[in-house]
Design a protein around this ligand. Sequence first.
Ligand code: ADP
Length: 484
Amino acid sequence: MQLGDSRLLRQQAYIDGAWADAADGSRFEVRNPADGSVLASVPDMGAAETRRAIDAAAAALPAWRARTAKERAAVLRKWFELIMAHQEDLAVLMTSEQGKPLAEARGEVAYGASFIEWFAEEGKRVYGDVIPAHGADKRILVLKEPIGVVAAITPWNFPIAMITRKAGPALAAGCTMVIKPAEDTPLCALALAELAERAGLPKAVLNIVTTMKAAEVGGELTSNPIVRKVSFTGSTEVGKLLMRQSADTVKKVALELGGNAPFIVFDDADLDAAVAGAMASKYRNAGQTCVCANRLLVQDGIYDAFAARLAEAVAKLKVGPGLSGDVQQGPLINAEAIAKVEELLGDAVEKGAKIVCGGKRHALGGTFFEPTIVTGVTPAMRVAREEIFGPVAPLFRFHTEEEAIRMANDTEFGLAAYFYARDIARVWRVAEGLEYGIVGINEGIISTEVAPFGGVKESGIGREGSKYGIDDFVEIKYLCMGGI
Ligand code: ADP
């Protein structure tokens, strides 16, 4: 891995404004999923170091929240500019530890940076209220104040954006933070901290605890009374656990959890657009995003035509190590990920699904998997219920609009849904009928810093990005002034 600025490769955690090792000196290795090579090692910290980070964040809170929003915005703006100035290095670092193609990694760096830029601006507009009072001698005011010390636990599929989407609004609102990045991708998080320091972020406003002992560190972050909010992106299972653990100290929780996104193609859809949307939504990041199309529901009349066109597009996907030239699909993150994809696919085939293309591990070996399409998929198969998180597109057949909406909603998840149709009345009916937090209509890519991202049902609580994204990091205080 060649970085223009070698100081972006940090191999220590970042606590209280200093690069730090675990108290007992233990470390763990970070590997490149494309070839299994060791890229670096970072400290394997535990509860004691996490407590130190929380205490440091608490000590830094009064001065940071006392700054004007404009002063905080200036630091965040600088951070944004530094991230963009180092876009190429950060992309190389990301592809190296995460596996996604370099072009996608560059895109994520820009997407991730956009949250810092957006919230640097939005932080200036955290307005309060003056409410007409209930008595002539009284005045009522509403203040919005930073919630306090925030803990963030983030996943490996977007190693930069899932951090900035939380850090942008938290820091802009005047909160301080402790972040635990995923064990597969700590290097991007540490590079962000290096750039934050260069941007002039005061000591201990942002702390990064690296660890393999996620349960131990998560236990401290959720039980420590100083932490006022836990913001988590990851699996539904871990999200539920963190919510339970946070109950004892009544912390606010924000959860961005799993999805089971339906991608519905109606008879009246523009087929070319639907195929392009499905490609973007399904195969981006090798299918490893929580908004990836998980079930492609296709209306009877165009089912075969859609399957054939999708197969043509999939055949053009180039699979390979993300750093090597014009590649559109990298490896999966690790051995468990590829085992899960194989298991789900095996279950579908056993129950009668037919493989149209792909269907097995890629000749490149390691964790590379062939881009795959399966037809004849039914609700009895596991892919109908479980998140695939891999490059497999299962095609379900439906006949009527009502059936499509019923199938789409038949899941405990409710993050993203997509549909392709041209009839405007149908567009409204389906958009309103889908029980999802995000709906892409004739559009396969829905992520942007200007819109609220988040799910309903068991896909989560809260919204990230947009003017709504900062709400999660402020508390409302009401002042009642009497005797006037
Ligand atoms: P995935 O299956 O995508 O890896 P996880 O929910 O396991 O999703 O991981 C998301 C984040 O949650 C990672 O940072 C991981 O280390 C962390 N994590 C996993 N288990 C726990 C736990 N018991 N407590 C706190 N954090 C955890």
